[in-house]
Ligand binder design. Structure first.
Ligand code: AMP
Length: 185
């Protein structure tokens, strides 16, 4: 299965992607984690994206698409994957479509985790992952960037008929139960 796990910052994409990976045995690919690792390991990519991420802004589309394209070429993703944090703009979604077509692959689901904005802020500020972009000011920027640049991706997939809305409120287990029910259908 090829799944996109979509949602605003703090919706629980990373947490839920890991649970899906474990239960359904589908590997997760998180662009945010890949960038954080690149920064930690001080690679050329890490140096390029550090200040952008620290500001809570988006890494340029070309850089993200190249990274995803290279990663998905690995044999472990041959039979499916969960994308967490990608695509985050309409041009990324279009580029990803082209990539899928080239490889004659299809998307199974676009799962949209839906959580009210005040809850997102509360969740991010209470998590203790040590992320440099989890401060109130950066979270505000990230939510603005989500509303302006990322939320149009929802309509893009609604038109394709694979959009599924998931209530992202409640406990981690409750949310995962809703996701599992959709994927097991
Ligand atoms: P995340 O872990 O998904 O919250 O991503 C953390 C940060 O990484 C974002 O605020 C962006 O700066 C960057 N990033 C991750 N994925 C993307 C993407 N698909 N497009 C642009 N920037 C991204």
């Amino acid at each position: 299965m090829r799944i996109i796990l979509f949602g605003p910052p703090g919706a629980g994409k990373g947490t839920q992607a890991k649970l899906i990976q474990k239960k359904f045995n589908i590997p997760q690919l998180s662009t945010g984690e890949m960038f954080r690792n690149a920064i930690k390991n001080q690679t050329p990519l890490g140096k390029k994206v550090k200040s952008i991420m620290d500001e809570g802004k988006l890494v340029p589309d070309d850089t993200v698409v190249d990274l995803v394209e290279e990663a998905l070429d690995k044999p472990e993703f041959e039979n499916g994957y969960i994308l967490d944090g990608f695509p985050r703009t309409v041009p990324q979604a279009e580029a990803f479509d082209t990539l899928l077509k080239q490889h004659k692959k299809k998307l199974h689901s676009f799962l949209s985790l839906e959580v009210p904005e005040d809850e997102l802020m509360r969740r991010i500020l209470s998590r203790k992952e040590g992320r440099s972009d989890d401060t109130p000011e950066k979270v505000k920027t990230r939510l603005e960037v989500y509303n302006d640049e990322t939320s149009p991706v929802l309509n893009y997939y609604k038109q394709k008929g694979i959009y599924k809305s998931i209530d992202g409120t409640g406990t981690i287990e409750e949310i995962f139960g809703r996701i599992s029910a959709v994927l097991e259908k």
